[in-house]
Design a binder for this molecule. Structure first.
Ligand code: BES
Ligand code: ZN
Ligand code: ZN
Length: 488
């Protein structure tokens, strides 16, 4: 939408945005042309409604409806900000000042505008080749005239940039974004942002008994790996409990021998979205959030392919924690690789809590659609913190259960558990029940299924059709706030 966006206070904007509540009472100091525009009958000051004015000898004005003051929450602010930013792109203005006053939280208002600018400046032109349209986008310079608003603007814009890291990676085609590409990307990002990066692959994966990865990734010429990133604050001590973020990184999901159909397979490049989101989260952690505790990212990375040496339904595999799994469906591969990362986290990282994010099941899309992600947790306290982060970030989540009946669906005659029950019931809870076998009860854990929310087909709000970077802003807010399970 924009070639570049720079947050920069400047003196001569060519457009000024003025926020106006639905009472439509602007200060008497505004130019008469502005007063007149605001009082036009078609302008009601509804959220996102806009009216233009052209005062003599001054920058043009865009009056932006904010709705009723008492209703202006984060969600509405983001909707309003997205509408305004979309309008700016149409108007092709280059220097803009935003003037919004008398809100209880000016920084949050600025942040929502910053996020809108960041998220909406993401474009999908990289692989368009000769079909690419001529670049008609503007370089935007933007400022706010309130100090807190301006601070929020910066903050939100940078968060948007972190979400865009996830979107760009998820969008990159599977012949380019291979397992090694993901590892190289992580190494590069670590170098730039001062993180530690290790990639466990080949014989080391076997030695570490990362059975899910070697099994699922066995048929691809792009070899599987476990990517590990670490953020350590300066005063961290050896063995300090770390927040562990785990992201499913299947660079392509054909389904394996349980092959997907010709309509079910296209789009499965986004099966790496969980891992891409975790990279975006680490980007925000290192640049912006800088928590006072360590954060470790684990990306179990593999391609689920078909070949003579591919794993098959009926195989039985043994995990690092001794659990045996009968493979019933090679298309339920995400849980198999996530299990490795969970084992690793429990054995090696002294986790304060574990958060995993994955495009795990079509079932979660059936249950909840694309409006919110489904999550499962063994901790009410951690769940409450996630709900609060969801409210602040407007990345919506809904808690789903793991019942004994769901666990029972995974009973196996030949191993401890199967990886998927073919009866077609409760796919999302089945996935979570499977993962729970790899997390001790005492370790607070959240599993977030983002199969629905990681992409959108709509050109709406913060998004254009494609990857959404879902989870990055949510977890940034989770890590920013006080986390109850870390204060015990
Ligand atoms: N990668 C898919 C899930 C998915 C679906 C991601 C839609 C993004 C959009 C996952 O590995 C899978 O194939 N899940 C199966 C369920 C499993 C129990 C066989 C599914 O969704 O049918
Ligand atoms: Zn699958
Ligand atoms: Zn998958």
């Amino acid at each position: 939408m924009f070639r570049s966006v720079k947050i920069d206070p400047h003196r001569t904007p060519d457009l000024e945005i003025i926020g106006d509540f639905s009472d439509r009472e602007l200060s008497a100091a505004e130019a008469p042309e502005v007063q007149e525009a605001v009082l036009r009958p078609e302008f009601k000051g509804k959220p996102g409604q806009m009216v233009e004015a052209f005062p003599a000898g001054a920058p043009r004005i865009l009056v932006l409806g904010l709705g009723a003051k008492e209703d202006l929450d984060e969600k509405t602010l983001r909707e309003v900000a997205a509408a305004a930013v979309r309008k700016l792109a149409q108007l092709k203005v280059t220097r803009v000042n935003i003037r919004i006053t008398s809100l209880p939280d000016m920084q949050m208002a600025g942040r929502c505008f910053g996020e809108a600018l960041g998220m909406l400046s993401w474009r999908l032109t990289d692989f368009q080749g000769s079909g690419a349209k001529e670049d008609e986008t503007a370089e935007l310079m933007i400022s706010g005239n309130d100090e807190s608003f301006q601070k929020g603007l910066e903050y939100g814009f940078r968060l948007g940039e972190s979400a865009n890291v996830a979107r760009t990676l998820a969008y990159t085609p599977p012949n380019i974004a291979t397992t090694n590409y993901m590892a190289d990307y992580a190494r590069q990002m670590a170098m730039e942002l001062g993180l530690k990066c290790d990639v466990i692959q080949g014989d080391d994966l076997i030695a570490e008994q990362m059975t899910g990865l070697t099994t699922v990734g066995g048929a691809s010429e792009h070899k599987p790996c476990l990517i590990r990133l670490e953020y350590k604050p300066e005063n961290a001590y050896e063995g300090e409990p770390a927040v562990v973020l785990i992201g499913k990184t299947i660079t392509y999901d054909t389904g394996g021998y349980s092959l997907k159909s010709k309509t079910g397979m296209p789009g499965m490049k986004v099966d790496k979205s969980g891992g891409c989101a975790v990279l975006g989260m680490m980007h925000a952690v290192a640049r912006q959030i800088k928590p006072r505790y360590p954060v470790v990212a684990l990306l179990p990375t593999a391609e689920n392919s078909v070949a003579g040496n591919a794993y098959r339904p009926d195989d039985v595999i043994t995990y690092r924690n001794g659990l045996t799994v009968e493979v019933t469906n090679t298309d339920a591969e995400g849980r198999l690789v996530l299990a490795d990362a969970l084992c690793w986290a429990v054995d090696k990282e002294n986790p304060a809590f574990i958060f995993d994010i994955a495009t795990l099941t079509g079932g979660v899309v059936t249950a909840l659609g694309k409006a919110c992600a489904g999550y499962f947790s063994n901790s009410d306290m951690l769940s409450a913190d996630l709900e609060e982060a969801a409210r602040v970030s407007s990345e919506k989540v809904w808690r789903l259960p793991i019942l004994q009946e769901h666990r029972d669906l995974l009973k196996s005659k030949v191993a401890d558990i199967i990886n998927s029950n073919l009866n077609g019931q409760a796919h999302a809870p089945q996935g979570a029940a499977f993962l729970s076998h790899f997390v001790p009860d005492k370790t607070p854990w959240i599993h977030l299924d983002v199969a629905g929310t990681s992409t959108t087909a709509d050109d709406n709000g913060f998004f254009i059709p494609g990857p959404t970077g879902f989870g990055v802003r949510l977890v940034a807010d989770l890590l920013r706030g006080p986390i109850s399970v870390m204060m015990e």
